[in-house]
Design a protein around this ligand. Sequence first.
Ligand code: C5P
Ligand code: MG
Length: 169
Amino acid sequence: MSEIRTGLGWDVHRLAPGRPLILGGVTVPCEFGLEGHSDADILAHALTDAVLGAAALGDIGMHFPDSDPRWKGCDSLVFLRHAKELAEALGYRIVNVDSTVILEQPKLKDYRQAIRERIAEALAVEPDRVSVKFKTAEKLGPVGEGRSAEAQAIVTLQKLGTGPWIDAA
Ligand code: C5P
Ligand code: MG
């Protein structure tokens, strides 16, 4: 029996002037960035929750509480790498990840390839297993008004040694 599991992640952070805008480990040049205890990388946080969710390992706050001074200003790819290692320890490998960053501006599409490569590196998979999409909120709500940014992610895991994709039996 083939074991395929999916996990969902979501995150939101406020925008703040003078903070770095870090998405999937890539710093996007911008006069504002994301507020948060760590480096506030919403995309890495959503992906981390998706990996943890697929393996039913709780959520990011359980593993990396924002009250812990160790995670202050931390590179959030550390969280993603750790989640992947926990899933691997249960025998899972990452099949693919898909994600969306919702931010009114700046335009992010020129950073897509760099972001995909950073995430792929953290997850130790090929970049073609990593999809990153961008959307505005069409000026609606807190994201559309330029007060926050959101990220959504979905991850598929496969338990090693449990192929094929569709059970022939
Ligand atoms: O939100 P909307 O559908 O208008 O976005 C159109 C396209 O603009 C997206 O598919 C994406 O390629 C790009 N985009 C971007 N950076 C953003 C938002 C959207 O590059 N912050
Ligand atoms: Mg977060």
